[in-house]
Ligand binder design. Structure first.
Ligand SMILES: [Fe+2]
Ligand SMILES: [Fe+2]
Length: 302
């Protein structure tokens, strides 16, 4: 990692906080969502979501997706109730984060980025449930935010990042490898700086920093491993960055799976063929959900 180069962009990352594009409903809505569930005024949440047409539309599309039984949810109120506060919060985060990137700085279309992020969120929470990880909602959030640094790199070093993406497409290789080569750091490191600046929890910060590189023991290792595997599965299943990567995922031989087994010894006895089939089945459903949320021609969250 090129520390000097990362230090050069650090002030630009901090400057992101001052950007004015954050929707006006975010502050009251996020502070309400921090309250204990029994103290949350659902009618007020519905009212706030209704103020922002993009967020309201995202909630409706998600509530009408196969994950929620394709029910005919037509009102913001029924969408918010069907989704629950955690998912409303995740949609809110996705919408807000989209808005920090000016339109002329996107290196690929925003829908591609959010398809990958939502796909990774859904796979992370599904895998969390399958292996008995205690906090599937945390896994969902970490999956949704894991590539935050890509947004940072698009803003802070737009042209260099475009060159990275082109090199990755041409070589059919992982984006972070090209970032290492062209930028001297990856979206993992720049994402970590922004996540710290925004006071995300320590385990979500670790998932952002290490989702391409499993490190030795830490309390966040199971969450990091879940996000690492989910990211790989999404890139393998056409929920990546819009280009083909020459890669494969062998669960049994993967360092992230080994890390999970070390943490949850019972996983050593799990029938991996069966688990792979379950994940395969879930992937089909997840692709359908992502397509429902980002239907063709539908702009991503802004
Ligand atoms: Fe990544
Ligand atoms: Fe990713």
């Amino acid at each position: 990692m090129n520390t000097r180069r990362l230090e050069e962009i650090r002030p630009k990352i901090k400057a992101l906080e001052a950007m004015p594009a954050v929707p006006t409903i975010v502050q009251p809505l996020t502070s309400m969502l921090r309250l204990p569930p029994e103290e949350v005024d659902m009618e007020r949440v519905v009212e706030l979501v209704s103020y922002d047409s993009t967020i309201a539309a995202q909630c409706l599309r998600m509530a009408n997706s196969p994950l929620f039984g394709r029910r005919d949810t037509e009102t913001v109120r029924s969408a918010v109730l069907a989704l629950g506060l955690k998912r409303v919060e995740a949609i809110l985060l996705g919408c807000c984060l989209s808005r920090i990137v000016p339109a002329d700085k996107w290196a690929f279309d925003a829908a591609t980025f959010w398809r990958h992020s939502l796909g990774c969120a859904l796979v992370s929470s599904k895998m969390a449930k399958l292996i008995g990880y205690p906090d599937p909602e945390k896994a969902y959030l970490a999956g949704l935010l894991h590539d935050l640094g890509i947004l940072v790199n698009m803003i802070a070093c737009t042209e260099d990042f475009r060159a990275c993406l082109q090199a990755a497409r041409d070589g059919r290789v992982a984006l972070h490898r090209c970032e290492e080569e062209h930028l001297g750091f990856t979206h993992c490191q720049s994402g970590k700086i922004l996540a710290e600046h925004w006071n995300f929890s320590a385990d979500v910060i670790a998932a952002i920093e290490f989702h391409h590189h499993i490190v030795p023991e830490s309390a966040a290792r199971p969450l990091v491993s879940l996000v690492y595997l989910s990211d790989s599965l999404c890139r393998l299943r056409d929920l990546g960055y819009g280009y083909y990567e020459a890669m494969g995922v062998d669960l049994a031989g993967d360092a992230a799976w080994t890390a999970l087994v070390e943490h949850y010894p019972a996983l050593a006895k799990v029938d991996l063929a069966r688990l792979t089939m379950d994940i395969d089945g879930a992937m089909e459903e997840i692709v359908a959900i992502v397509d429902a949320v980002f239907s063709p021609g539908q702009p991503a969250a802004e």
